[in-house]
Design a protein around this ligand. Structure first.
Ligand SMILES: CC(=O)N[C@H](C=O)[C@@H](O)[C@H](O)[C@H](O)COP(=O)(O)O
Length: 225
């Protein structure tokens, strides 16, 4: 079955912990992915070469790979350059996710050339966008999948507490390529509201795999914050 067949109308779980997070480490992320698999996740979204390799070994699930890396003077941090793409190609992931927002990139390679490089390696390219216009452009230059990952995380996109339901709805209506709903889907109610918009698939991360944030929600509720 192709990657797209596997994920259609199914849940993808993002398993990520950066260096400053309590669960950082591939020995932990592989178990997080295993737990997601036992819960029924059909694919994993993962950050870093080491985590992807470990998660593949542990679960054999298809992986959407990315590398978060900061470059001085630039705001983009999800697979910002060709260097990260080349590392991801070697990791065994099926899909490479990258920032596809309308902001400067640390290398002089166009987004289109990056998509072509990913296709040459036989992989799919996922555009992490923050607005409707960025998604339209991403589809035009050949991205295979668009995800609403960065809505709320660029200075010019809407800041919402929950998921960007309206953006998902508009993209589903207007784009021919698969639209993945991702970002701040924190409750079952959020998920059901998103599902009504009929995205191709959904990614849930923090609400499942960042226990420090889950704990905080409970603590805040208990303390009436
Ligand atoms: C904005 C950003 O850097 N998002 C990252 C992208 O890979 C991850 O930290 C998120 O966990 C992922 O997008 C899933 O979203 P949520 O954790 O809200 O369910």
């Amino acid at each position: 079955m192709s990657f797209l067949d596997i994920i259609k109308d199914k849940l993808i779980v993002s398993c990520q912990a950066l260096e400053n997070e309590p669960l950082h480490g591939s020995h932990i992320m592989r178990k997080m992915a295993k737990a997601a698999q036992e819960g029924g996740a059909v694919a994993i979204r993962a950050n870093s070469y080491d985590d992807i390799v470990a998660i593949k070994e542990e679960t054999n699930l298809p992986v959407i790979g990315l590398i978060k890396k900061d470059y001085e003077g630039y705001d983009v941090y999800i697979t910002p350059t060709v260097d990260e793409i080349n590392t991801l190609i070697k990791s065994g992931c099926e899909v490479i996710a990258m920032d596809a927002t309308n902001r400067p990139y640390p290398d002089n390679v166009s987004l289109k050339d990056k998509v072509d490089l990913i296709h040459k390696a036989g992989l799919l390219a996922m555009a992490d966008i923050s607005t409707y216009e960025e998604a339209i452009y991403a589809a035009e230059i050949g991205f295979d999948i668009v995800s609403t990952t960065l809505s709320g995380y660029t200075p010019y996109s809407k800041k919402l507490v929950g998921p960007d339901v309206e953006l998902v709805a508009r993209l589903v209506k207007d784009l021919k390529i698969p639209v993945i709903a991702e970002g701040r889907i924190n409750t079952i109610e959020d998920l059901l509201m998103i599902k009504e918009q009929k995205p191709f698939s959904v990614v849930v991360g923090s609400a499942i795999t960042r226990p420090q944030l889950i704990a905080k929600r409970f603590v805040d509720a208990y303390n009436n914050k």
